[in-house]
Design a protein around this ligand. Structure first.
Ligand code: AHG
Ligand code: MN
Ligand code: MN
Length: 357
Protein backbone atom coordinates (compact mmCIF):
# COMPACT_ATOMS: atom_id res chain seq x y z
CA UNK A 1 0.00 0.00 0.00
CA UNK A 2 1.31 3.44 -0.79
CA UNK A 3 0.48 6.50 1.26
CA UNK A 4 0.57 10.00 -0.13
CA UNK A 5 2.94 12.27 1.76
CA UNK A 6 1.61 15.67 2.71
CA UNK A 7 4.22 18.41 2.88
CA UNK A 8 4.41 20.52 6.02
CA UNK A 9 2.52 23.80 5.77
CA UNK A 10 4.73 26.40 4.17
CA UNK A 11 7.07 23.79 2.76
CA UNK A 12 7.31 22.79 -0.88
CA UNK A 13 6.76 19.07 -1.42
CA UNK A 14 10.11 18.61 -3.14
CA UNK A 15 11.89 20.10 -0.13
CA UNK A 16 10.43 17.56 2.29
CA UNK A 17 12.87 16.31 4.93
CA UNK A 18 14.46 12.95 4.13
CA UNK A 19 12.94 9.98 5.93
CA UNK A 20 14.14 9.65 9.50
CA UNK A 21 17.18 7.45 10.12
CA UNK A 22 16.51 4.09 11.75
CA UNK A 23 17.98 2.84 15.02
CA UNK A 24 20.10 0.21 13.24
CA UNK A 25 21.78 2.97 11.25
CA UNK A 26 22.81 4.67 14.52
CA UNK A 27 24.17 1.47 16.00
CA UNK A 28 26.38 0.87 12.98
CA UNK A 29 27.13 4.51 12.59
CA UNK A 30 29.34 7.38 13.61
CA UNK A 31 29.34 8.44 17.23
CA UNK A 32 29.97 12.03 18.27
CA UNK A 33 33.15 10.76 19.90
CA UNK A 34 34.40 9.38 16.57
CA UNK A 35 33.43 12.61 14.80
CA UNK A 36 35.45 14.58 17.39
CA UNK A 37 38.46 12.28 16.96
CA UNK A 38 38.35 12.54 13.16
CA UNK A 39 38.01 16.33 13.35
CA UNK A 40 41.02 16.41 15.68
CA UNK A 41 43.08 14.20 13.36
CA UNK A 42 42.43 16.68 10.55
CA UNK A 43 43.66 19.55 12.76
CA UNK A 44 46.68 18.31 14.76
CA UNK A 45 47.61 21.94 15.51
CA UNK A 46 44.79 21.99 18.11
CA UNK A 47 46.81 19.59 20.28
CA UNK A 48 43.78 17.66 21.48
CA UNK A 49 42.39 20.59 23.47
CA UNK A 50 39.55 21.21 21.06
CA UNK A 51 38.54 17.55 21.29
CA UNK A 52 38.65 17.75 25.08
CA UNK A 53 36.36 20.76 24.96
CA UNK A 54 33.80 19.08 22.68
CA UNK A 55 33.84 15.92 24.81
CA UNK A 56 33.12 17.97 27.94
CA UNK A 57 30.27 19.75 26.12
CA UNK A 58 28.88 16.34 25.24
CA UNK A 59 29.16 15.23 28.88
CA UNK A 60 27.43 18.35 30.24
CA UNK A 61 24.70 18.03 27.59
CA UNK A 62 24.02 14.44 28.66
CA UNK A 63 23.87 15.49 32.33
CA UNK A 64 21.42 18.29 31.57
CA UNK A 65 19.37 16.05 29.29
CA UNK A 66 18.99 13.46 32.05
CA UNK A 67 17.97 16.16 34.51
CA UNK A 68 15.49 17.76 32.10
CA UNK A 69 13.85 14.39 31.44
CA UNK A 70 13.30 13.82 35.16
CA UNK A 71 12.69 17.45 36.15
CA UNK A 72 9.06 16.88 37.14
CA UNK A 73 10.08 14.03 39.44
CA UNK A 74 13.11 15.70 41.00
CA UNK A 75 11.39 18.91 42.06
CA UNK A 76 13.33 20.77 39.35
CA UNK A 77 10.38 22.75 37.99
CA UNK A 78 9.99 26.37 39.05
CA UNK A 79 12.30 29.17 40.00
CA UNK A 80 15.14 29.56 42.46
CA UNK A 81 13.64 32.83 43.71
CA UNK A 82 16.53 34.78 42.23
CA UNK A 83 16.65 37.27 39.37
CA UNK A 84 19.61 37.18 36.96
CA UNK A 85 21.60 40.04 35.44
CA UNK A 86 19.05 40.20 32.60
CA UNK A 87 16.28 40.93 35.12
CA UNK A 88 14.73 37.50 34.46
CA UNK A 89 13.64 34.96 37.07
CA UNK A 90 16.22 32.17 37.36
CA UNK A 91 14.73 28.70 36.98
CA UNK A 92 16.19 25.74 38.87
CA UNK A 93 17.21 24.13 35.59
CA UNK A 94 18.92 27.37 34.44
CA UNK A 95 21.10 27.12 37.51
CA UNK A 96 21.71 23.38 37.11
CA UNK A 97 22.70 23.73 33.44
CA UNK A 98 24.95 26.71 34.15
CA UNK A 99 26.80 24.78 36.85
CA UNK A 100 26.97 21.54 34.84
CA UNK A 101 28.65 23.20 31.85
CA UNK A 102 31.04 25.24 33.97
CA UNK A 103 32.07 22.21 36.06
CA UNK A 104 32.55 20.09 32.96
CA UNK A 105 34.80 22.70 31.36
CA UNK A 106 36.80 24.45 34.06
CA UNK A 107 39.09 21.52 35.01
CA UNK A 108 39.58 20.12 31.52
CA UNK A 109 42.50 22.35 30.60
CA UNK A 110 40.87 23.49 27.38
CA UNK A 111 39.17 26.81 28.22
CA UNK A 112 40.40 30.06 29.76
CA UNK A 113 37.05 31.82 30.16
CA UNK A 114 33.37 30.96 30.29
CA UNK A 115 30.76 33.62 29.53
CA UNK A 116 27.21 32.71 30.52
CA UNK A 117 23.83 34.35 30.25
CA UNK A 118 23.31 33.50 33.90
CA UNK A 119 26.46 35.20 35.21
CA UNK A 120 26.97 38.93 35.45
CA UNK A 121 30.73 38.60 34.88
CA UNK A 122 32.78 36.05 32.92
CA UNK A 123 34.30 33.15 34.80
CA UNK A 124 38.06 33.08 34.26
CA UNK A 125 39.65 29.66 34.73
CA UNK A 126 42.38 29.95 37.39
CA UNK A 127 45.93 29.32 36.15
CA UNK A 128 46.28 26.37 38.57
CA UNK A 129 43.59 24.48 36.56
CA UNK A 130 45.47 25.52 33.40
CA UNK A 131 44.00 28.50 31.61
CA UNK A 132 43.44 26.79 28.24
CA UNK A 133 43.32 28.06 24.67
CA UNK A 134 39.55 28.44 24.09
CA UNK A 135 36.76 30.78 25.22
CA UNK A 136 33.31 29.28 25.76
CA UNK A 137 30.17 31.47 25.57
CA UNK A 138 26.81 29.94 26.43
CA UNK A 139 23.14 30.29 27.09
CA UNK A 140 23.02 27.30 29.45
CA UNK A 141 19.26 26.89 29.11
CA UNK A 142 17.40 28.74 26.41
CA UNK A 143 13.61 28.91 26.57
CA UNK A 144 13.41 28.65 30.36
CA UNK A 145 9.82 29.83 30.38
CA UNK A 146 8.98 26.53 28.66
CA UNK A 147 10.56 24.30 31.33
CA UNK A 148 7.47 23.91 33.48
CA UNK A 149 5.29 22.90 30.54
CA UNK A 150 7.68 20.23 29.22
CA UNK A 151 8.21 22.12 25.97
CA UNK A 152 11.49 22.10 24.10
CA UNK A 153 14.50 23.94 25.55
CA UNK A 154 18.23 23.84 24.82
CA UNK A 155 21.81 24.92 25.48
CA UNK A 156 23.40 27.27 22.91
CA UNK A 157 27.17 27.78 22.72
CA UNK A 158 29.99 29.41 20.76
CA UNK A 159 33.73 28.72 20.94
CA UNK A 160 36.51 31.23 20.21
CA UNK A 161 40.27 30.70 20.24
CA UNK A 162 41.73 33.05 22.85
CA UNK A 163 43.84 36.02 21.79
CA UNK A 164 46.09 36.17 24.89
CA UNK A 165 48.72 33.43 25.38
CA UNK A 166 47.64 30.07 26.78
CA UNK A 167 48.58 29.57 30.43
CA UNK A 168 48.27 33.26 31.31
CA UNK A 169 45.15 34.88 32.82
CA UNK A 170 42.48 35.67 30.20
CA UNK A 171 40.63 38.96 30.11
CA UNK A 172 37.53 40.56 28.61
CA UNK A 173 39.26 41.17 25.26
CA UNK A 174 39.43 37.40 24.82
CA UNK A 175 35.63 37.31 25.04
CA UNK A 176 34.29 40.43 23.30
CA UNK A 177 35.02 39.38 19.73
CA UNK A 178 33.17 39.60 16.42
CA UNK A 179 31.28 36.50 15.34
CA UNK A 180 33.65 36.06 12.39
CA UNK A 181 36.22 34.75 14.93
CA UNK A 182 34.07 31.83 16.09
CA UNK A 183 35.79 28.47 15.58
CA UNK A 184 32.85 26.24 16.57
CA UNK A 185 29.25 26.66 17.62
CA UNK A 186 26.24 24.55 18.31
CA UNK A 187 23.35 23.71 20.54
CA UNK A 188 21.93 20.77 22.39
CA UNK A 189 18.18 20.61 22.20
CA UNK A 190 16.16 18.83 24.88
CA UNK A 191 12.91 17.99 23.12
CA UNK A 192 11.03 14.77 22.44
CA UNK A 193 14.59 13.53 21.95
CA UNK A 194 17.96 15.11 22.71
CA UNK A 195 20.11 16.25 19.81
CA UNK A 196 23.38 18.11 19.49
CA UNK A 197 23.76 20.23 16.36
CA UNK A 198 27.35 21.25 15.80
CA UNK A 199 29.59 23.07 13.36
CA UNK A 200 33.35 23.31 13.53
CA UNK A 201 33.34 25.42 10.36
CA UNK A 202 32.96 22.45 8.02
CA UNK A 203 29.17 22.21 7.62
CA UNK A 204 26.47 21.51 10.19
CA UNK A 205 25.94 18.05 11.62
CA UNK A 206 23.25 16.73 13.97
CA UNK A 207 23.79 13.97 16.54
CA UNK A 208 20.91 12.24 18.31
CA UNK A 209 21.36 10.97 21.86
CA UNK A 210 20.52 7.33 22.46
CA UNK A 211 19.63 7.63 26.16
CA UNK A 212 19.92 3.86 26.66
CA UNK A 213 23.66 3.92 25.97
CA UNK A 214 24.37 7.58 26.73
CA UNK A 215 25.99 8.26 23.37
CA UNK A 216 25.27 10.74 20.58
CA UNK A 217 25.10 9.22 17.08
CA UNK A 218 25.36 11.12 13.80
CA UNK A 219 21.77 11.26 12.58
CA UNK A 220 21.67 14.42 10.43
CA UNK A 221 24.90 14.79 8.43
CA UNK A 222 25.49 18.00 6.47
CA UNK A 223 22.27 19.86 7.22
CA UNK A 224 21.49 22.40 4.48
CA UNK A 225 18.98 25.25 4.31
CA UNK A 226 17.18 25.72 0.99
CA UNK A 227 17.41 29.26 -0.46
CA UNK A 228 13.85 30.05 0.61
CA UNK A 229 10.88 28.72 2.55
CA UNK A 230 7.40 29.85 3.41
CA UNK A 231 7.36 29.52 7.16
CA UNK A 232 7.90 32.34 9.64
CA UNK A 233 8.45 32.42 13.40
CA UNK A 234 7.83 35.64 15.29
CA UNK A 235 5.97 36.81 18.39
CA UNK A 236 3.12 38.65 16.66
CA UNK A 237 1.86 39.89 20.00
CA UNK A 238 4.36 42.71 19.59
CA UNK A 239 3.19 43.73 16.08
CA UNK A 240 1.93 47.11 17.29
CA UNK A 241 5.43 48.07 18.42
CA UNK A 242 7.21 46.97 15.25
CA UNK A 243 8.37 49.41 12.60
CA UNK A 244 6.12 49.97 9.54
CA UNK A 245 8.46 47.96 7.27
CA UNK A 246 8.40 44.96 9.60
CA UNK A 247 4.60 45.11 9.90
CA UNK A 248 4.29 45.55 6.14
CA UNK A 249 6.35 42.45 5.34
CA UNK A 250 4.32 40.27 7.71
CA UNK A 251 1.04 41.64 6.32
CA UNK A 252 2.28 40.84 2.80
CA UNK A 253 3.09 37.20 3.48
CA UNK A 254 -0.33 36.77 5.11
CA UNK A 255 -2.22 37.88 2.00
CA UNK A 256 -4.63 35.28 0.57
CA UNK A 257 -2.78 32.80 -1.61
CA UNK A 258 0.69 33.72 -0.36
CA UNK A 259 0.95 30.25 1.15
CA UNK A 260 2.94 31.04 4.28
CA UNK A 261 2.56 29.27 7.63
CA UNK A 262 3.54 30.45 11.09
CA UNK A 263 5.14 28.53 13.96
CA UNK A 264 6.40 30.05 17.23
CA UNK A 265 7.41 28.03 20.28
CA UNK A 266 9.03 30.82 22.30
CA UNK A 267 12.32 28.96 22.72
CA UNK A 268 14.77 30.42 20.22
CA UNK A 269 16.68 27.15 20.05
CA UNK A 270 13.53 25.16 19.29
CA UNK A 271 12.24 27.63 16.72
CA UNK A 272 15.66 27.74 15.05
CA UNK A 273 16.03 23.95 15.06
CA UNK A 274 12.67 23.39 13.42
CA UNK A 275 13.42 26.02 10.79
CA UNK A 276 16.90 24.58 10.18
CA UNK A 277 15.47 21.14 9.44
CA UNK A 278 12.28 22.16 7.66
CA UNK A 279 12.96 25.65 6.35
CA UNK A 280 11.79 28.94 7.81
CA UNK A 281 12.74 32.40 8.97
CA UNK A 282 12.87 33.41 12.65
CA UNK A 283 12.49 37.09 13.52
CA UNK A 284 13.00 38.90 16.81
CA UNK A 285 13.05 42.43 15.45
CA UNK A 286 13.89 45.74 17.00
CA UNK A 287 10.99 47.73 18.35
CA UNK A 288 10.71 51.43 19.03
CA UNK A 289 10.91 50.69 22.76
CA UNK A 290 13.77 48.16 22.44
CA UNK A 291 15.80 49.15 19.37
CA UNK A 292 18.44 46.65 20.47
CA UNK A 293 15.96 43.73 20.48
CA UNK A 294 15.79 41.08 23.21
CA UNK A 295 18.19 38.30 22.25
CA UNK A 296 21.81 38.34 23.34
CA UNK A 297 24.54 38.66 20.73
CA UNK A 298 27.41 36.64 22.16
CA UNK A 299 25.72 33.41 23.18
CA UNK A 300 22.36 33.37 21.36
CA UNK A 301 22.65 35.23 18.03
CA UNK A 302 26.32 34.49 17.24
CA UNK A 303 26.21 30.68 17.55
CA UNK A 304 22.96 30.36 15.61
CA UNK A 305 24.17 32.82 12.94
CA UNK A 306 27.33 30.70 12.55
CA UNK A 307 25.22 27.55 12.12
CA UNK A 308 22.79 29.27 9.73
CA UNK A 309 25.63 30.44 7.48
CA UNK A 310 27.36 27.07 7.63
CA UNK A 311 24.09 25.51 6.43
CA UNK A 312 23.75 28.00 3.54
CA UNK A 313 21.39 30.41 5.31
CA UNK A 314 21.89 33.91 6.68
CA UNK A 315 21.45 36.05 9.79
CA UNK A 316 21.24 39.82 10.15
CA UNK A 317 20.21 42.38 12.75
CA UNK A 318 17.87 43.88 10.14
CA UNK A 319 20.67 45.81 8.48
CA UNK A 320 24.04 44.15 9.09
CA UNK A 321 25.36 40.59 9.01
CA UNK A 322 25.21 39.29 12.60
CA UNK A 323 28.67 37.66 12.50
CA UNK A 324 30.26 41.04 11.64
CA UNK A 325 28.91 42.64 14.82
CA UNK A 326 31.20 43.38 17.76
CA UNK A 327 29.71 42.99 21.26
CA UNK A 328 30.68 45.90 23.51
CA UNK A 329 29.49 44.09 26.63
CA UNK A 330 29.00 40.52 27.73
CA UNK A 331 25.22 40.75 27.58
CA UNK A 332 24.83 43.04 24.54
CA UNK A 333 21.50 42.45 22.79
CA UNK A 334 20.66 42.42 19.11
CA UNK A 335 17.65 42.17 16.85
CA UNK A 336 17.78 38.87 14.96
CA UNK A 337 16.48 37.87 11.53
CA UNK A 338 17.73 34.34 10.74
CA UNK A 339 16.98 31.45 8.41
CA UNK A 340 16.77 30.80 4.67
CA UNK A 341 19.02 33.21 2.81
CA UNK A 342 16.62 34.70 0.27
CA UNK A 343 14.00 35.35 2.95
CA UNK A 344 16.53 36.96 5.31
CA UNK A 345 17.92 39.09 2.47
CA UNK A 346 14.44 40.31 1.52
CA UNK A 347 13.52 41.34 5.07
CA UNK A 348 16.95 42.95 5.53
CA UNK A 349 16.49 45.02 2.35
CA UNK A 350 13.13 46.30 3.58
CA UNK A 351 14.34 47.09 7.10
CA UNK A 352 17.54 48.75 5.83
CA UNK A 353 15.60 50.97 3.45
CA UNK A 354 13.55 52.14 6.42
CA UNK A 355 16.70 53.13 8.31
CA UNK A 356 16.05 51.33 11.60
CA UNK A 357 13.47 51.92 14.34
P1 AHG B 1 16.07 32.59 27.83
O1 AHG B 1 15.10 31.55 28.29
O2 AHG B 1 17.45 32.05 27.65
O3 AHG B 1 16.04 33.83 28.69
O4 AHG B 1 15.66 33.06 26.35
C1 AHG B 1 14.30 33.35 26.05
C2 AHG B 1 14.24 33.96 24.71
C3 AHG B 1 14.27 33.01 23.53
O5 AHG B 1 14.44 31.67 23.82
C4 AHG B 1 12.92 33.20 22.86
O6 AHG B 1 13.06 33.20 21.46
C5 AHG B 1 12.46 34.52 23.37
O7 AHG B 1 13.03 34.67 24.62
C6 AHG B 1 10.98 34.61 23.45
O8 AHG B 1 10.66 35.90 23.82
P2 AHG B 1 9.15 36.43 23.80
O9 AHG B 1 8.45 35.75 24.93
O10 AHG B 1 9.30 37.91 23.99
O11 AHG B 1 8.55 36.07 22.45
MN1 MN C 1 17.99 32.30 25.69
MN1 MN D 1 18.78 31.10 29.13
Amino acid sequence: MTTATTPEPGQAGDEAAPSAPRLEQFEEGITLDRFITETANAHPENKGKFSALLRQVSLASRLVSARVNRAGLLGMFGGTGEVNVQGEYVQKLDEYANTAFKRALDHAGCVCAIASEEDEEPYYVPERFHSGRYVFAMDPLDGSSNIDVNATIGTIFAVFRRKSPEGTPADIDDILRPGTEIVAAGYTIYGSGTMMVLSTGEGVHGFTLDPAVGEFFLSHPDIRLQPSAKLYSVNEGYAASWTPAMRGWIEGIKMPGAGWAQRYIGSLVADFHRNLLKGGIFLYPATKKNPEGKLRLLYEAFPLAFLAEQAGGAATDGRRRVLDLQPDQLHTRTPLIIGNKDNVDEVTRLLSAEGGP
